[in-house]
Write a protein that binds this ligand. Structure first.
Ligand SMILES: NC(=O)c1ccc[n+]([C@@H]2O[C@H](COP(=O)([O-])OP(=O)(O)OC[C@H]3O[C@@H](n4cnc5c(N)ncnc54)[C@H](OP(=O)(O)O)[C@@H]3O)[C@@H](O)[C@H]2O)c1
Length: 276
């Protein structure tokens, strides 16, 4: 039977490369978006409005929690009714944080639990920080201004969205990752000032980083319309802790895909046009 994959959040950072990988592998793809008219999804994809949640014929779902802030219970009940076999969730390495006040961890773990209890096969891809978070610096870098951020010495292991997508596609298309929670990261532990410098090298226009206090950062982050205080606090806590305890790169991308995870320098080259 030909696989039919429902991709939620298909226009997202990870959704687009997941759609590309599935098409390349010959799977049928049904992609969900809130705006099919402007989604710019590739030919050959069946595009549907997110609210319609069409599950007929679907064999597996790529579940992006950004689409289901209201909860996944309805989706899971309907998926079981439609005999969907498998759910691959875009979770987060923050799910490993035992701190009960970490809202990001609690949100993702609750969804993971609901999927486990649904009886469907599952894989929870648990990436750390996305390299694509650096797209938030686009306007600043284009304008030639300094990128402002707290904890200049904080380290992260940013992961290229195409590496997350490769692991997700493997989990959707083969049985190799059923029942696993691969923690995914880029291949190196680097600071935000280093990331800014690498973007400057990729664009050919030097880019600068300026450290601000955590309080200033909190105020700036809360100015974004969808940022909740609990999420901001969890993100700042992660940064602060990584100064003393820098995260170790995970070997999982290479183990699953058979090739090394892409560096931040290569991400910057792939996205140089976004910063020019
Ligand atoms: N950013 C990170 O560093 C990071 C790290 C680890 C885990 N994660 C997790 O990864 C997941 C996805 O993050 P992301 O930044 O990749 O997502 P995203 O690209 O911002 O969103 C994915 C897509 O979901 C749809 N969407 C967004 N908000 C929605 C809403 N309120 N209702 C319905 N649809 C909505 C949008 O598609 P349409 O506009 O086409 O509908 C969007 O393209 C989150 O659960 C996040 O916690 C993120």
């Amino acid at each position: 039977m030909r696989l039919m994959i429902l991709v939620t959040g298909a226009t997202g950072n990870v959704g687009r490369p997941v759609v590309d990988e599935l098409l390349r592998a010959g799977a049928k793809v049904r992609a969900l978006t809130r705006d099919p008219a402007t989604a710019r999804l590739p030919g050959g994809v069946e595009v549907a409005h997110t609210d319609t949640l069409p599950l007929t014929g679907v064999t597996a779902i790529f579940l992006n929690p950004a689409v289901f802030w209201g909860g996944v219970d309805d989706l899971l009940v309907r998926a079981v009714d439609h005999r969907v076999r498998r759910v691959v969730m875009l979770s987060t390495s923050a799910a490993l944080d035992p701190d009960p006040s970490n809202e990001i961890a609690a949100h993702h773990r609750a969804i993971e639990r609901a999927i486990e209890e649904s009886g469907m096969e599952w894989t929870f891809a648990r990436p750390g920080e996305f390299a694509s978070n650096a797209l938030a610096w686009q306007q600043t870098i284009r304008a030639g201004a300094a990128v402002r951020g707290p904890y200049a010495a904080a380290r992260s292991t940013p992961i290229h969205e195409r590496d997350i997508a490769s692991v997700v596609a493997r989990a959707l298309l083969t049985d190799e990752l059923v029942g696993t929670r691969p923690v995914l990261s880029g291949p190196e532990s680097i600071t935000a000032p280093e990331m800014v410098r690498l973007i400057g090298e990729a664009t050919g226009r030097p880019a600068r980083f300026e450290e601000i206090t955590p309080e200033e950062a909190r105020t700036e982050m809360l100015a974004h319309p969808h940022m909740r205080p609990g999420v901001v606090d969890a993100l700042l806590k992660l940064r602060a802790e990584s100064v003393e305890h820098p995260p170790e790169p995970s070997p999982e991308v290479e183990r699953v895909t058979g090739r090394p995870a892409r560096t931040f320098a290569s991400w910057a080259v792939d996205h140089a046009a976004d910063f020019r």
